[in-house]
Design a protein around this ligand. Sequence first.
Ligand code: DGL
Length: 273
Amino acid sequence: MTHISPNAPEIAADAPLLFFDSGVGGLTVLDAARHALPDAPIVYAADFAGLPYGEKTEAEIAARVPALLGRLVERYRPRLITIACNTASTIALPQVRAALDLPVVGTVPAIKPASEQSESRVIGVLGTEATVRQPYVTNLAREFASDATIIRFGAPELVRAAEMKLRGELPDPAIFVRAVQGLTSQERAVAIDTVVLACTHFPLVQDELAAAFGRPINFVHGAQGIARRIAYLTRSQTFVGNGLRFVATGTASGIAPYIPMLRQRGFASFDTL
Ligand code: DGL
């Protein structure tokens, strides 16, 4: 299989960057990318019909994500795909790269920057249940934080809370307390100074998590790093038309509650897949 070079002259100037997540969590990655590439045309795809990924099996995710991305590529002809989802990336990145003839940027838990920043050498990792059990996470910890204690907790309730917040609803504050206790109830947790937000939904509720901790914590996630990677891979490309399009699996009524928030972020078109 030949891969299109990111500098290939045949890339249409209006070919979008495609961002993909199970829901609206990937908007945290998109925000950083738009800051770096304000002129890029964007398609943001949410797999609402498959949400939440964190409670699915590895086999389900590894089958679902490449198939959906294949359909999205056919419809939108993107120049580059960003899987703005830790769960999908830590499980299905190899399958996606094998299936698609396009550059694919993944999102993996930001353990490396967290390790660079932690002074206490005790780092919390909050992700989905599927992400925190991945060998990928163990390997990142071994490679980049071998002298640190890594305390993991899978917090699916935070995904629901972040989705609610972006629909304009008010999530129960007890959700954030429970997520924080999932970390702080573990051995050595009293020394945690840095928490990796290893799910793209979680920066959307970072303030609520900070309040639930009740002491200063350095939260780290990968959005800026991913934005830099996208900017690097598209560095000599031209962008024309900076429209933002939103597409989701499921029904139009599933998208409707998010539209005010999406319009505020500059999205002008809404579609189902
Ligand atoms: N936003 C996704 C992640 O980064 C997963 C949320 C979910 O569908 O459970 O892991």
